[in-house]
Design a protein around this ligand. Structure first.
Ligand code: FAD
Length: 277
């Protein structure tokens, strides 16, 4: 439970973090809220030689109206996403999902950028950003690029971020009053999702995304197509696990996860159809 020895440097800006990543290369890891990285280090599943602390880069903590979308700084903590009035009005799904992440301690330290960059399929916010059709802004040595959420998650804890890039911003389209739902199934309040489903209505693109059903957060494409073709929630939800190979662990077998995905997707689609909120 004690991490391997590491050096610690603090970055004062995104530019400085990019420069430090370039200097230390593959040996370095960024530290934001530390609530995913430090547990991995304590288990010795990650042993970076250098930690680059970006947790105090305050100009990457913001929520801004950007016309057709809301821009969220990568260092914005889950509790600030949860309480933000602009997000509550324009993208109400996201504050709700942020409020379901872990417990208050986790939400006061963890950041939306850390959650997305970590790319854990069991995390809630990556699935929400996927369902919304959001995008991610990465800054590297040669400038900025925008990556659609649909092509960001590449494998288990692997993303499209290059080793010398910093995730600086998360962009989510405004929902135009669309219905939405987040169904999170766990055995105890505040636990990670055994399976989760995020769904939004057609005005917000009709996305449906699944938590903990594959090696990455995933869109349930078959469900989205069925809904667009006029299928009932129950009929559309029947294909929730189509083509997916969910994990097996102490909480659930793959078969149980497939069953949960079907039940939770039906509930989510019914809630979306009812026009929440
Ligand atoms: P860190 O741990 O600091 O970093 C995580 C990874 O992302 C590292 O590899 C780091 O190098 C990289 N990184 C961080 N920021 C950037 C950036 N700006 N650019 C590029 N790379 C970056 N999550 C859920 O979704 N649902 C839950 O129910 C849940 N429960 C939890 C319960 C507990 C007890 C704990 C400890 C965590 C839980 N989490 C849960 C995870 C939590 O949300 C984390 O805060 C989050 O996943 C990671 O954010 P962070 O800011 O802590 O990132």
């Amino acid at each position: 439970m004690i991490p391997a020895a590491f050096d610690y440097v603090r970055a004062g800006s995104a530019e400085e973090a990019v420069s430090l990543l370039g200097q230390y290369g593959d040996d370095a890891k960024l530290l934001a809220g530390g609530h995913s990285l430090l547990p991995l280090m304590k288990l010795r599943l990650a042993s970076p030689a250098v930690i680059i602390d970006v947790g105090r880069v305050r100009d990457l903590s913001y929520v801004r109206d950007a016309g057709d979308h809301v821009a969220i700084g990568a260092l914005t903590r889950h509790c600030d996403v949860q309480r933000d009035p602009l997000l509550q009005a324009q993208v109400p799904l996201l504050p709700h999902v942020a409020g379901q992440v872990g417990d208050p301690q986790v939400r006061h330290r963890g950041t939306i950028g850390g959650s997305i960059a970590h790319g854990d399929p069991a995390s809630d916010l990556p699935a929400a950003v996927l369902a919304l059709g959001g995008s991610l802004v990465a800054r590297g040595p040669s400038g900025e690029r925008v990556i659609p959420a649909g092509s960001f998650f590449e494998g288990f804890l692997e993303t499209a971020l290059a080793p010398d890039e910093v995730l600086t911003e998360v962009r989510v389209p405004k929902m135009d009053g669309a219905g939405w739902s987040f169904q999170k199934f766990n055995r105890r309040a505040q636990d990670w999702a055994i399976v989760g489903v995020v769904a939004v209505g057609p005005q917000a693109g009709g996305g449906v995304a699944l938590v903990n059903m594959a090696s990455t957060p995933v869109r349930a494409g078959a469900v989205e197509r069925a809904v667009a073709g006029g299928a009932s929630p129950a009929d559309a939800a029947a294909s929730a696990a189509e083509g997916l190979d969910p994990p097996s662990d102490l909480n659930a077998t793959p078969e149980f996860r497939r069953h949960l995905a079907t039940v939770l997707t039906r509930r989510a689609l019914e809630e979306v159809a009812a026009g929440r909120p």
